[in-house]
Design a protein. Structure first.
Length: 608
């Protein structure tokens, strides 16, 4: 949510900030602004709407000269989107500028205190309280003012701060909301995420919890909230810079769907050694893995859906009981964590607020936590006991595709490894499973290359009002993700149901012409799902079926069928989800929606 970019150095700051903010548009925003020191004073320009409005207003930054500045894209929380509420925010004398991601939970009592001291506020935001509070505590020492503020504010925040009296410094502060800093020969940068500065440097520092970074053009120093200096090591980012560009595709989402074969291969390859699974980063012996009695998978959104698939696969292969929780529920329901249990948290960004809170709660109770994340050095990666990276590279589109596919692979690998050490499947079967995994990249590519059939079908449902997805077992998990993809980028009401629940209320919603997408890839549940398809079709539904090659008798119960290549029953999600991603994409394109930046959504949900 929101985006921060700052620069101090030899170059013009505004052009770098605008470029960096453009790389963070995927995070979701409704306004943008910059604060630039021109050599005499700090100037602020803000604009409601897309970043291009700010770019045009400042003529690409030319009307805002200066080599030090901070910028922001805002996703409204406190106060409607307008120029007054947009960031950056000033203090009354316009000598301190602040940009902020997150939420200040106690801003009302702080604001009331400042009003009693004679301060006046012009915005409805919680962020302006930070600017005015810095003014209140500032006595000529920026670090002293910042640390006093940090001791008094509650909530989550990433801050970029510029003092007019100290134009050779920018300050970056973080608690609960991601923030990185980096440096090259021409200056130093702050940003909410790696893509914003990947063009300028590959060596970044992750600002830790309640830490302050002081950036000068030629050095970066880190301090605790007690002003004690901290030594840090830079992390080298190996991402291909071109991976954060569209590369000729109309949308990032389409590009990232086409990157799934490579993503799956990159996540698989380092962990398959001959005919065995080797997950060295687990840092767990076979005896420790064998001792696991229960697994809790905790995640949000699409990552939660991979966890639902993981439950079926791990329980079937390794015979280990698995609970799957939405992170926002797990953290508040006082979960029962038994001795011998392990918690797995899944997040693309590694910064998802509820998932991170669940990790911390689990560790506080003394349980080992495995993080499955995509971003190296992210908060979950740093705080989990062990981390398994998905190697999907930067994912820009808000609607996840390749990161989801990579998370599935990580869970498959973990399931097979557990099955091996617990000896719940034979080595012959493990060899067969690994062979099926290795074939997945080519099979995914085959499905992507047959997109025209799905595109034609999608064009028929651009005007749909309600669409239902049904499935059983792993097919239900596939349906959950297929439904989410459609609703989040096309704004069509879509729901996923366990097919066996149709008679318990859902079937009353079926009427003439309603599209029902039925996923049926599990052999032992195939005939059951066929029966459910017949039920909805007899009530007027148009049935789209997604099933394995060879299940041609399904055409008697379905109006339209999409076949996926034959694979092991545990891995069908990796294939069946591809046509559902494409369907959602082409419906969204047909409706003229903003595919990569759907309304009201953000890529990285770093607040509750």
């Amino acid at each position: 949510m929101c985006g921060i970019v700052g620069y101090i150095g030899k170059e013009q700051a505004s052009a770098i900030i605008l470029d960096g903010l453009s790389k963070l548009e995927y995070r979701g925003y409704d306004s943008a602004g910059m604060a630039i020191f021109d050599g005499t004073k700090v100037n602020i320009t803000k604009a409601v709407g897309r970043l291009k409005v700010l770019d045009e207003l400042t003529h690409g930054g030319e009307t805002m000269p200066g080599t030090v500045g901070i910028g922001h894209t805002r996703w409204a929380t406190h106060g409607v989107p307008n120029n007054v509420n947009s960031h950056p925010h000033f203090n009354a004398s316009e000598t301190i500028a602040v940009v902020h991601n997150g939420i200040i939970e106690n801003y009302i009592p702080l604001k009331n205190k400042l009003i009693r001291k004679g301060y006046q506020f012009i915005s409805e935001t919680d962020t302006e309280v930070i600017a005015q509070l810095l003014d209140y505590y500032y006595k000529g020492n920026p670090m002293e003012a910042i640390t006093k503020v940090l001791h008094r504010v509650e909530g989550s925040y990433a801050l970029g701060i510029l003092f007019a009296e100290f134009p050779d410094e920018i300050f970056a502060v973080r608690k609960g909301s991601p923030l990185i800093v980096g440096q090259n020969n021409n200056g130093a940068f702050i940003a909410s995420d790696v893509p914003a500065i990947l063009k300028y440097t590959r060596n970044v520092y992750y600002v830790d919890e309640q830490e302050v970074a002081c950036l000068k053009a030629d050095e970066i120093k880190f301090y605790t909230v007690d002003e004690e200096e901290v030594q840090k090591e830079a992390v080298h980012i190996d991402w291909d810079a071109n991976a954060a560009e569209k590369g000729g595709y109309e949308h990032f989402m389409l590009k990232e769907m086409y990157e799934q074969p490579k993503t799956v291969l990159d996540t698989l390859s380092p962990r398959i050694k001959g005919n065995k699974i080797s997950i060295e980063e687990l840092n767990m012996t076979d005896e420790e893995l064998k001792a696991i009695k229960k697994i809790h998978i905790v995640a949000c959104g699409s990552a939660y859906h991979t966890g639902v698939t993981g439950k079926y696969v791990i329980e079937e292969l390794a015979r280990v009981p698995v609970e799957v929780d939405v992170a926002s529920e797990f953290r508040y329901r006082n979960p029962v964590l038994e001795e011998g249990g392990m918690v797995i948290v899944i997040s693309q960004s590694g910064e998802t607020a509820d998932t991170l809170a669940a990790l911390r709660e689990s560790k506080k109770r003394g349980f080992k936590v495995l993080g499955i994340v995509n971003v190296v050095g992210s908060s979950i990666a740093r705080e989990a006991d062990n981390v398994m990276y998905t190697w999907a590279g930067p994912e820009i589109s808000v609607a996840t595709t390749k990161a989801y596919s990579a998370q599935l692979i990580a869970l498959y690998l973990l399931a097979i490894k557990l099955a091996e050490v617990k000896e719940t499947v034979s080595m012959t079967e493990i060899t067969s499973l690994i062979g099926d995994l290795k074939r997945l990249p080519d099979q995914i590519e085959l499905l992507l290359n047959n997109k025209e059939k799905i595109q034609r079908f999608a064009n028929r449902y651009v005007g749909a009002k309600d669409i239902f997805f049904i499935g059983r077992g792993i097919d239900y998990a596939i349906s959950l993700e297929g439904s989410l993809k459609l609703k989040e980028i096309s704004y069509i009401h879509s729901e996923a149901y366990a097919a066996g629940e149709l008679k318990h209320g859902t079937i009353s919603l079926i009427e003439e012409g309603t599209l029902v997408a039925a996923v049926s890839t599990q052999k032992n549940l195939y005939q059951k799902t066929i029966s459910n398809m017949v039920e909805v079709k007899s009530r007027g539904a148009f049935v789209l079926a997604v099933t394995n090659e060879g299940n041609y008798d399904i055409e008697k119960a379905a109006d339209y069928v999409i076949y996926i290549p034959e694979t092991n029953q545990y891995f069908t999600n990796s294939l069946a989800i591809i046509p559902l991603q494409l369907f959602a994409y082409y419906v969204s394109v047909g409706k003229g929606c903003d595919v990569d930046k759907p309304r009201n959504l953000a890529k990285s949900v770093t607040v509750e």
